[in-house]
Design a protein around this ligand. Structure first.
Ligand code: NAI
Length: 315
């Protein structure tokens, strides 16, 4: 079995003071990695001006107490300047950045009619903006060294949907879109980008438990597996040099680690513009993955697949 280690590597973990970030940072440090533990220490919703250095300090203290190496950063990754300071901290202290785990996040949930554009924008700022900012700040360094790993926290709320997570799901869907683009941009440079969809008890999920997670019988049944420890191995693997694949979305749920993907059914092919009636006629068949589907690697690959289905070849 390949032993995953981070000896000589510097890994930035954003949101490292929280439930998942904390165990991820500790696992990487335990494996010899030097960690920049970033956490603003704000509220679950990201509202209010109260922030706390203790979030990042606690994880750094825990790592150092076990002989590991970590520094704290209290910057707000939702701003480009804040994310740049996180990367500067890594460069100033340790002179390199090998992996970035864009894990920082906040939560606002509720019925669609009760959520506001402010909620949506706030979530976009942290999830999409925070992921964008930290990746962009680290990118030139990784590009120069021809090596990097970027791991994004997305969510089944964005990939699969949840009626009370429309704003959060939109933001996490945005993170997925970002990963799709950066994965393709990064691979030729040696920067491999992937995303994970965790399911774990944390401050964030405790906040939504009364209405959602806590009342869902399936979630209750899977309760023992909601320890963040069940997600950490996936994230550590994706951040390591043992991971050689890119452009993947992986789910950690209930003790199962699996790959999530976007597949497109073979559908029906028409040589003339199909009318709505034709679409209706073929609807059951075109919706049925049992009749065949493909998983395009990127958008150009979808064009190639359909051209192939049409029997078109390039000279
Ligand atoms: P958490 O609330 O315990 O941790 C998130 C941490 O991010 C907090 O410590 C918070 O202070 C920090 N943070 C928030 N905004 C920040 C900012 N602008 N700059 C720096 N730090 C900031 O939540 P949890 O559950 O550990 O979540 C970690 C990630 O996993 C999040 O991105 C979350 O959306 C995602 N996720 C979690 C799921 C779960 O079941 N726990 C499910 C799906 C996704």
């Amino acid at each position: 079995m390949t032993k995953i280690n981070f000896e000589g590597q510097v890994v930035i973990v954003t949101g490292a003071g929280g439930g998942l970030g904390k165990v991820i940072a500790q696992d990487i440090a335990r494996r010899g990695g030097t960690v920049v533990a970033n956490d603003l220490g704000g509220s679950v919703t990201g509202e209010g001006s109260e922030t706390s250095a203790s979030y990042a300090d606690q994880v750094v203290d825990a790592i150092c107490a076990k002989g590991g190496c970590a520094v704290a950063s209290y910057d707000d990754v939702a701003t480009a300047a804040g994310a740049a300071r996180v990367v500067e901290a890594a460069m100033d202290h340790f002179g390199r950045v090998d992996a970035v785990i864009a894990n920082a996040g906040t939560m606002r949930y509720g019925d669609f009619e009760s959520l506001t554009l402010d909620d949506l924008n706030a979530l976009f700022a942290v999830h999409v903006g925070g992921s964008w900012n930290i990746a962009q700040a680290a990118w030139p360094i990784m590009k120069r060294q021809g090596y990097g790993r970027v791991v994004f926290a997305t969510s089944s709320g964005g990939m699969l949907g949840n009626a009370r997570l429309s704003a959060y799901g939109a933001a996490k869907g945005g993170v997925m879109g970002l990963m799709h683009g950066l994965a393709e941009a990064g691979a030729p440079l040696g920067i491999l980008c992937n995303a994970y969809m965790p399911n774990a008890y944390s401050r964030m999920t405790a906040d939504i438990s009364p209405g959602d997670l806590g009342d869902n019988p399936w979630a209750r049944a899977l309760g023992p597996y909601f320890d963040p420890a069940h997600a950490v191995g996936l994230v550590t693997y994706l951040a390591s040099d043992a991971c050689r694949t890119h452009h993947g979305i992986y789910s950690a749920l209930g003790g199962r680690i699996g790959r999530a993907f976007v597949g497109i059914t073979d559908g029906f092919m028409s040589d003339t513009p199909p009318t709505a009636e034709t679409v209706a006629e073929y609807w059951p068949a075109l919706c049925d993955p049992a009749l065949g589907y493909t998983i395009p690697k990127d958008n150009s690959d979808e064009w190639r697949i359909v051209a192939d289905q049409r029997g078109i070849t390039l000279d």
